[in-house]
Design a protein around this ligand. Structure first.
Ligand SMILES: [Ca+2]
Ligand SMILES: [Ca+2]
Length: 213
């Protein structure tokens, strides 16, 4: 009877232990709500929202964090994520040591990201990856990191955490160029019209001297 009691007790403990199971990056899932998401970012975190990343106001990046039993892991804090460029030639400099989720993960391990990103740098191609608690989310066959179809641009062009004169001089080199022109750089096109001109300069002016806080 005593042994049976221990077995019953253990069976009660196991689900609790399951909730603390570690992340399985291959069962976990990462999606973006639209193709061609493009978000302008600023070190101060006051440029575009991810939810506006495809032209509407309800876009998001979505994650399902799952354990090796393929169940969701609930209650993961919104600060336990990281993101960066998949292509190492591009620099993204997050101002804080996390990429902030909208909420704790729910019972399915799901949460979304739809707010602003406080960061410098530019990721014009190659996409971004997302990590949760240090584990980078992989595809279902576990053969490659998931690189979301997301482009990030911003006025801190040299990714040093501050929009200042050095960014302005970089911007000057691309000024009045458009897609197809030699030397054109999409990183200077903040309003996504394939041109780097006065409208983009105005955005740079709005975020001038903004820095990581
Ligand atoms: Ca800078
Ligand atoms: Ca433009």
């Amino acid at each position: 009877m005593k042994i049976l009691g221990i077995v019953v007790l253990l069976s009660l403990i196991v689900p609790v232990a399951g909730a603390a199971q570690s992340i399985d990056v291959c069962y976990s899932e990462l999606n973006v709500s639209c193709t061609g998401m493009r978000v302008s970012i600023c070190p101060k975190g006051d440029f575009e929202h991810i939810r506006n990343g495809c032209g509407g106001d309800d876009d998001y990046i979505e994650i399902f964090v799952r354990h090796s039993g393929n169940g969701g892991i609930a209650g993961i804090p919104w600060t336990d994520y990281w993101m960066d460029a998949c292509d190492a030639q591009y620099q993204l400099a997050l101002c804080v040591q996390h990429f902030v989720a909208d909420s704790l993960t729910d019972v399915n391990g799901r949460t979304t990201f739809s707010g602003r990103i406080a960061a410098g740098g530019c990721v014009p191609e190659g996409g971004i990856y997302v990590s949760c608690q240090g584990s980078t989310i992989m595809n279902t066959s576990c053969t490659a990191v998931i690189c979301l179809d997301v482009v990030l641009v911003g006025p801190d062009l040299n990714a040093d955490g501050e929009v200042n004169l050095s960014d302005l001089s970089f911007f000057g080199e691309v000024y009045n160029k458009e897609l197809g022109d030699p030397g054109y750089n999409t990183c200077c096109d903040f309003n996504d019209d394939d041109m780097c001109n006065l409208s983009d300069f105005a955005f740079l002016g709005q975020h001038y001297q903004h820095e990581c806080f």
